[in-house]
Design a binder for this molecule. Sequence first.
Ligand SMILES: [Zn+2]
Length: 141
Amino acid sequence: MSLARRPRPWPDRDSAPWWEAVRRHELLLQRCGGCGVPRFPARAICNRCRSRESAWVPAMGTGRVYSWIVNHQVFLPGMADEVPFAVLMVRLDDADDVFMYGNLVAAGVDDLVPGLPVEAVFVDATGDDGKGFTLVQWRPL
Ligand SMILES: [Zn+2]
């Protein structure tokens, strides 16, 4: 799989700590300092209790496929050899209402079924600007 020429993540104020952890191959969740509920993606204010306090905690790194799409279109020349590929919506084992997204790896799109157990894998890449980045992707357990 070629990750060269793939659009790189653009961390913002809230997501930068998550992307830095992913670069170290650590999967984190933001946990509210007020009510303790985990959330993803990162945001400054808790939707549940409106607290601005939060901390980063390790995520289990496992979940189940909730939904997916299969992309057949070559939108970027650097990804021509990857189509068709699946983009998963994974319900994390950490909490019922926390989902992460990423590509399916180590399996074909025909292997996908609702509820398929998966685990996070970290895929390092170098963009055509020479800078490294890391993506979270998912493989069946
Ligand atoms: Zn809260």
